[in-house]
Write a new protein. Structure first.
Length: 152
């Protein structure tokens, strides 16, 4: 399983009655009314399956206690048909010096350019969708700045 550089974060708030309020990267998760603590595993499995990637889960209980874990998509049953893996959008740029470290401005991630001066950086779809406009790649030694080229 390919693990993204930045994990999406699932925030779970459990009220005093055990009812869940869930968001993924700050976006409220539409879920059935009245899901309770017993439904948490199924909801997390649903989210990781939809994203096709692991997530960081932060659970906040009504009493103030907090738990954090990383959840991975469920393993399909043997012989079950597997859906195609989602494509992870890449950020790409050219014109860097061979072997140069290339950074995404806002420095979310760093990557060394290949021997031809090209770099390709992968981000989780949720992060790319919220930061798509205005991102640039920055060569740390050449100070080359290039807008990223994302597949359509």
């Amino acid at each position: 399983m390919k693990i993204p550089v930045v994990l999406s974060v699932v925030h779970v708030a459990i009220d005093a009655d055990g009812v869940l309020a869930i968001d993924v990267d700050g976006v409220p998760r539409d879920s059935e009314q009245g899901r309770t603590r017993g439904d948490l595993r199924a909801v997390i499995d649903e989210i990781t399956s939809d994203l096709g990637a692991p997530v960081r889960v932060e659970v906040h209980e009504a009493d103030g206690s907090t738990f954090t874990d990383v959840a991975t998509p469920p393993t399909p049953a043997p012989g079950a048909e597997q859906p195609p893996a989602p494509l992870t959008p890449a950020l790409a740029g050219a014109g860097f010096q061979p072997g140069e470290e290339v950074a995404l401005a806002y420095v979310v991630v760093r990557q060394n350019a290949d021997d031809k001066g090209n770099a390709s950086l992968n981000l989780p779809p949720a992060l790319l969708a919220t930061t798509r406009d205005g991102l640039v790649l920055l060569g740390m030694s050449s100070m080359t700045v290039t807008p990223f080229e994302a597949p359509a």
